[in-house]
Design a protein around this ligand. Structure first.
Ligand SMILES: Cc1ncc(COP(=O)(O)O)c(C=O)c1O
Length: 406
């Protein structure tokens, strides 16, 4: 029972090495472990592998870029073609007409970047008192101090206090509560950040009209609106961004995960016209924010190949089928009373567990039956690669039904 040197994320530090499943390879929606057992990955790893595993096009793009130059920084006065091209491409796919794209490596960095950009944009506009950042209960915005301070998942905050100042978490579903907060701090709120569909807390689509109401409130109170699209960005809901699916345009969008399908870590912030203009007004202003690997050419080349693949294979068009097959399968289980509820939209779904059923045990039994799903308190969540087949989706639902054992 030895403990390995690798200190795992979101795992008990005391868990012995041999209790981890060692994944060694993958093809399509299937991954294989070091004992030769195969699993349908109903989570696209951690909500990211939209194009599926083993895609030669991505490997070739990464290799070709590495052979030219793997990395060179983009601070101050350097740039590279893959990063420049990728930024233009993302702007074209985005709901904005004139945006810019900041690049980093993780969703957590993207969130902290958006928080800092919101504050500094207000400072540039002569509104330094706009410092408060507001988020929703149940929200997950990564694990850096900014995102942890905005976290609406209490267990993820435990033990990490004190948090970033001037952060407020409000009720997740009631725009009236957000309005009350905006009114309680007149002229002080810099931005409101929301996941259009909350993922990590158990897949919660927004209440009808909620996102439009938040947009109106932000406009009325002079606060920026940030959509955290780290999961929903790049096709998860059948549109490039959730903003387009819900017809609500924020001021900034954070993204990560499916921008490269996770082949190389990459994330960023799409900076819409309202924030962009505030940053560009003064020629002497320097944005003193950025990461060593911002605009990393290898990651950008990978993203470009990934976007090509999503477009060429029409993967966004596969989402309605996933919605019907997986969402429909879960709804049937809910109708039969075998799960408490089915929640979801597009390619992200959740099965709420009946009272007394431990989601960790259900997920473990599904794993034994060759399906990877993710337990979060009270719920099993699903977010399959967009290339998953109908037969594989049926096996996912069957594995859940069997694992429930009812
Ligand atoms: C909505 C959202 N924001 C931010 C993050 C943090 O991303 P990362 O784990 O890449 O830092 C996640 C990760 O799942 C997320 O789902």
């Amino acid at each position: 029972m030895t403990i390995g040197a690798f200190l795992h994320p979101f795992a008990p530090p005391a868990r012995p090495r041999d209790e981890f499943v060692t994944i060694v390879e993958g093809r399509g929606a299937v991954v294989t472990d070091d004992r030769g057992r195969s699993y349908i990955d109903a989570m696209a790893s951690l909500w990211y592998c939209n194009v599926g595993y083993g895609r030669r096009e991505l490997v070739e793009a990464i290799t070709a870029q590495a052979e030219r130059i793997a990395g060179f920084h983009t601070f101050t006065s350097f740039t590279n073609e893959p990063a420049e091209t990728l930024a233009e491409r993302i702007v074209d796919l985005s709901p904005f007409d004139e945006a810019r794209v900041f690049l980093c490596q993780s969703g957590s960095e993207a969130v902290d970047t958006a928080m800092k950009l919101a504050r500094v944009a207000h400072v540039r506009r002569g509104r330094p008192h706009r410092r408060i950042l507001v988020s929703r209960g149940r929200g997950y915005h990564g694990v850096n101090y900014g995102g942890t301070s905005l976290s609406g998942i209490p267990v993820n905050r435990e033990g990490f206090e004190p948090f970033v100042e001037a952060t407020v978490v409000v009720d997740p579903d009631d725009p009236g509560k957000l309005e009350a907060t905006l009114e309680a701090y007149p002229g002080e709120v810099a931005a409101v950040i929301v996941e259009p569909v909350q993922g990590a807390s158990g897949v919660w689509p927004p209440p009808e009209g909620y996102l439009a109401a938040v947009r109106e409130l932000c406009d009325a109170h002079g606060a920026f609106l940030v959509f955290d699209e780290v999961i929903t960005g790049f096709g998860r809901l059948g549109t490039w961004f959730a903003a387009q699916r819900y017809g609500v345009t924020p001021d900034m969008i954070t993204f990560a995960k499916a921008v490269t399908s996770g082949y190389v870590p990459l994330a960023g912030v799409i900076v819409g016209p309202s924030v962009r203009r505030a940053l560009e007004e003064d020629d002497d202003f320097v944005l003193r924010h950025g990461y060593t690997y911002s605009g990393h050419p290898l990651a950008a080349a990978c993203a470009l190949a990934n976007l090509d693949l999503i477009e060429r294979e029409g993967l966004l068009d596969r989402v309605p089928g996933i919605e019907t097959r997986l969402g429909g399968g879960l709804r049937d289980l809910a109708d039969e009373g075998r799960i408490a509820a089915a929640r979801g939209v597009g390619g992200m779904w959740a099965a709420a567990m009946p009272d007394g059923v431990a989601e960790t045990q259900v997920a473990a039994r599904m794993l034994e039956r060759g399906v990877i799903a993710r337990p979060v308190p009270g719920t099993i969540v699903f977010c399959p690669p967009l290339v998953i087949t109908d037969a594989e989706l049926d096996r996912v639902v069957d594995a859940l039904a069997t694992a429930l054992g009812t």
